[in-house]
Design a protein around this ligand. Sequence first.
Ligand SMILES: Nc1ncnc2c1ncn2[C@@H]1O[C@H](COP(=O)(O)OP(=O)(O)OP(=O)(O)O)[C@@H](O)[C@H]1O
Length: 212
Amino acid sequence: MRLSVDNLACRRSGRRIFANLSFALGPGDALAITGRNGAGKSSLLAILSGRLRADAGRIDVADVGEASLPECLHAVGHRDGLKSSLTAGENLLFAQRLLGAPRLDPRAALERLGLGHAHDLPVAYLSAGQRRRVALARLLVCARPLWLLDEPTAALDTASQAVLAELMEHHRAGGGLVIAATHQSLGLAGTAELRIETAAAAPVADVLEEWA
Ligand SMILES: Nc1ncnc2c1ncn2[C@@H]1O[C@H](COP(=O)(O)OP(=O)(O)OP(=O)(O)O)[C@@H](O)[C@H]1O
């Protein structure tokens, strides 16, 4: 998969968040999105995942056949997207059936994240770091070339951060792409950095946020 982003701009609640963002990624590439709180890192990921409309610019994908960009990606964000009353295994099975392109079975994915024992536990019983690891296990139950990760190491202990780094390296080695918004190093070799700087304040009155 190839992804190219040209002169992307974002406005939220009438306020310009960023403008003129451009980058291009190919198989095996990793990009760390950095910037101060509120710079627009999560907003950029929301635009890429198709949840938020860009104010300007282009996003193009290539080498994915007929698939659209949202069909090519996994997004793991601040909200874990897990159903608390379902077990970890049921959550992953649900994701696998919804997203298609099955890869590891849920138990194997949880074991890879060191959470095999949680397979039959309701997610409501898990700690914050364990929930994050179940959300990350979704990356393994379905094959999708682009991983969009928002603060992926948040709530993870050191051992789990190392496991995540291994998973990302393995994904890249297989030609996958990783884009992560982060305040700390991803621990990956050859990661490019895109730092979002504060946009010139450009308030525009009476503009409602446009969700895709
Ligand atoms: N749902 C929303 N509606 C309107 N404005 C929003 C919304 N979500 C975020 N914003 C605004 O967009 C700007 C960018 O927020 P965003 O969450 O993208 O920043 P960030 O770089 O990810 O920050 P952090 O490092 O704190 O996670 C902020 O000024 C924020 O107030």
